[in-house]
Write a protein that binds this ligand. Structure first.
Ligand SMILES: Cc1cc2nc3c(=O)[nH]c(=O)nc-3n(C[C@H](O)[C@H](O)[C@H](O)COP(=O)(O)O)c2cc1C
Length: 195
């Protein structure tokens, strides 16, 4: 690619990468920085301006409760889950100086805006959040999986019927970056259509 084909925003897009949840260290973003980062997330394109996403900052005092919810969620999925895996599930509640819960609110019967449009807005908000975090020198590790859809997590966060726990995002200073993951080549994601 031609060397002149770059600029700081473009370079930031190419440089975005996930952190390692277990390696994240303090400090977390302070309140003003976190609000600035959430503001960037809220600038996601949003068909119908439904704002189908929101974020909850998990209070330090709530980490043990979150660990209990993660344990209950794991047991809900696998009732006889061995203790080491229960412990691993609980650990997620204590990884990262800051944890955000991201919530998607999808109106499946909206007369005009499709659910996929709404989910795309959620995805764009997530990407904005990750880019804003990295622009302030922070790293993020996204945690997701079937455990998010369990009743202990849904009820634990007090979500409404049309809300989904999209991910738990551990945030902090990178500590050490995990190995860079291979990225798709252009031909995998782009082609010309000649009709
Ligand atoms: C919606 C979503 C959920 C994800 N959940 C997980 C997860 O549970 N565990 C994990 O290690 N990475 C998770 N990731 C991060 C991806 O693994 C990561 O983006 C991918 O490996 C590419 O690496 P990079 O982010 O460093 O470019 C998730 C990413 C997205 C967008």
């Amino acid at each position: 690619m031609a060397a002149e084909l770059t600029n700081p925003a473009y370079a930031a897009l190419l440089a975005r990468r996930s952190g390692n949840a277990r390696a994240l260290v303090g400090p977390a973003p302070d309140a003003a920085t976190l609000e600035a980062i959430i503001l960037a997330a809220s600038r996601a394109p949003d068909h119908g301006r439904l704002v189908p996403f929101r974020f909850l900052e998990v209070a330090e005092s709530a980490r043990d409760h979150l660990a209990d919810m993660l344990e209950a969620a794991s047991r809900a999925l696998t009732p006889d889950l061995p203790q080491p895996e229960i412990d691993r599930a609980r650990e997620k509640a204590h990884q990262g100086p800051l944890i955000l819960a991201m919530i998607g609110r999808i109106e499946t019967h909206h007369p005009k805006i499709t659910a996929s449009d709404q989910w795309l807005a959620v995805g764009c908000a997530l990407e904005n959040l990750l880019l804003a975090l990295q622009s302030f020198g922070f790293a993020a590790a996204i945690r997701s999986g079937k455990f998010l859809e369990t009743a202990p997590m849904h009820e634990g966060f007090g979500l409404s019927a049309n809300e989904h726990l999209v991910s738990l995002i551990a945030i902090g200073k990178p500590g050490e970056w995990p190995p860079e993951k291979p990225k798709p080549t252009l031909d995998r994601v782009f082609a010309r259509w000649n009709g």
